[in-house]
Write a protein that binds this ligand. Structure first.
Ligand code: CU
Length: 119
């Protein structure tokens, strides 16, 4: 009799459920963090796509690096500084209103400005 196979399957199933439960537990925290809108800004061919024009405090910008080199999204006043590897993304939740010029530390011709309104 092979009695160890069902036990093995049960263990694997339990491990899978534990991982799923952990993922579900993280989800509400991620939503609670922001509460604002989420926008995606791609980085393509060594330039930033235009940021959203209607950003408000509490909104989140997800930067997606579609290039094959490392980029940064660095505020000139250093209020934010993200490093984004090729094919990866990074999230930035904007916490104060104002104009925030930014560039890429590695390619200084890459520039943009985040304009953030009050809530
Ligand atoms: Cu760059």
């Amino acid at each position: 009799m092979k009695t160890d196979t069902p036990t093995f399957r049960t263990r694997r199933a339990l491990a899978g459920m534990a991982a799923l439960a952990a993922a579900l537990a993280l989800a509400p925290a991620a939503f609670a963090q922001s509460g604002g809108h989420e926008y995606t800004v791609a980085i393509n061919s060594m330039s930033f796509d235009p940021p959203p024009s209607n950003l408000k405090v509490g909104d989140t910008v997800v930067w997606v690096n579609r290039d094959t080199v490392l980029h940064s999204v660095t505020a000139r006043d250093h209020s934010f500084d993200l490093r984004i590897n090729p094919g990866k993304s990074a999230r930035l939740t904007v916490e104060k209103a104002g104009r925030f010029p930014f560039d890429c530390l590695f390619h200084t011709a890459m520039r943009g400005t985040l304009v953030v309104a009050d809530k």
